[in-house]
Each structure stands twice: as C-alpha cells, then as structure tokens.
Design a protein. Structure first.
Length: 234
C-alpha cells in the first residue's frame, strides 16, 4: 500500500468526510477522558472529534497536517504532525487520535506524544470499526478488500505505546448509525482506498456494493464497535 498517498488523500473530499463520517459515542469519550482536560487532538482531520470534545467542556487544540482538512476545524487548529506537534513540552493532559493513530503508530510519534503530555498525562487513540459479526457488513468488507491492500496494523489489538507509557487499557462500545444506500455510498467515497483508486476500480466497487445493499431495507443500521484505548505517560 502507498501509505503516503492514502494518508494524504482525504483533503480532496474534506466536505464529504466531515458530513458523512460517524461521530463517537458519548460514553466512550466520558470513559476515556473523565475530567475536564487540556487536549491535543492529533491528526484531527476536519475536527469531528475536536468539536465533540469541545462540546463536552474540554479545552482542545487540533493538530492536522492537511490544509484542506484543517480549514474545516473551528477554534485553535494548527498545522503539524505526530512527529512535529506544535506545542510546548508538558502542555496538555491528553492527546487524542480519532481514526488517526494507524497513520503514525510507533516511533518517533510515541516520543513526541509523550513530550507534550504532562506527567501522568494520557494518550487516547479511538476508532469506530464496522461490526463484521453482522453478515452483510462482513461481506461489504470483503468487497473493500478487493479495492485496497491490507496493512499490518490492527486497530482492534493495540498492545502498547512504547516504553514512555504504562499499560494500555481498552474498552469497547457497541452502537449503530442509520443509513440508506445513498448515504452508505457517500460514506465509502470518503474512505482512502476509494479516493486513491482509479475510475475502473471505483465503478467496480460501487456496482458490487449496490448489489449487496439492494438486499437490505430502504433504511438499515450500520453497526459499529468503538475501540477506545488509554495509556498514561510514565
């Protein structure tokens, strides 16, 4: 997989991404960040998680490398990356990464994240993962795999954040969103494997998905499992 091409593909679809991507369940955010905190939302994209955290009363600084994505973020949004966070040492209580940690996991990102955290501060990567225990969802993922290459990272099995952090804790949250065929197709068009695909691959995936979704009701539930991780700076 061309990792850089996938990681940089979202800016062209920033408006669609911001409108169609799912938010995070409130209970997951309350569990991961139980007290009002100073937060760096790293790899913030269009600010989906940033806005949710701000609405919960946290002070949030968003950091995002893509100019088009960052332009959608209200409030304090800064250009930067996981290896160059534009914040002073020990300046935040929490660093979050919503649907983003797989783009920068490992070193030197762990060291840079630890640098900006206060002692005892917390790193919180979080993902909304489609629940493939549901047969049609599993089938849709099989179709997606025909349009992309799997990378080695498993969002459901994060083990550690390196030696600067203590043990990793995971909690999962099950929920769903309501879709139609049209809205589900928009969701797919916001994904990196669609954005980097050529016209033929896009058309093939769209045709296959329409055949699958035609078997569902006009409105249907897309089930998710949210994986929320926490680890404290030593």
């Amino acid at each position: 997989m061309d990792f850089a091409a996938h990681a940089s593909s979202f800016g062209a679809a920033a408006d669609l991404y911001d409108r169609i991507r799912p938010r995070y369940p409130r209970e997951a955010l309350d569990w991961a960040i139980p007290e009002k905190s100073d937060i760096c939302d790293l790899g913030a994209g269009t600010g989906i998680l940033t806005r949710q955290l701000a609405d919960l009363g946290h002070h949030v600084i968003a950091v995002e490398p893509d100019d088009k994505m960052r332009a959608k973020i209200p409030g304090d949004a800064r250009k930067g990356s996981a290896t160059g966070i534009p914040l002073p040492d020990g300046s935040v209580d929490v660093v979050t990464a919503g649907q983003a940690y797989h783009w920068f996991y490992g070193e030197p990102a762990h060291t840079e994240i630890a640098r900006v955290l206060r002692p005892g501060g917390r790193f919180v990567p979080i993902w909304n993962i489609r629940d493939e225990r549901v047969p049609w969802v599993a089938k849709s993922s099989t179709l997606f795999d025909g349009a992309r290459e799997r990378d080695a990272f498993d969002e459901t099995a994060v083990k550690d954040f390196g030696p600067l952090f203590g043990p990793v804790t995971l909690k999962t949250f099950e929920w769903s969103t309501t879709h139609t065929t049209a809205s589900f197709m928009e969701l797919i068009k916001s994904r990196s494997y669609y954005l980097v695909a050529d016209t033929e691959a896009r058309q093939r995936l769209e045709h296959q998905l329409h055949e699958l979704l035609d078997q569902l009701d006009e409105e249907f539930e897309l089930p998710y499992v949210t994986y929320a991780y926490t680890g404290e700076k030593r």
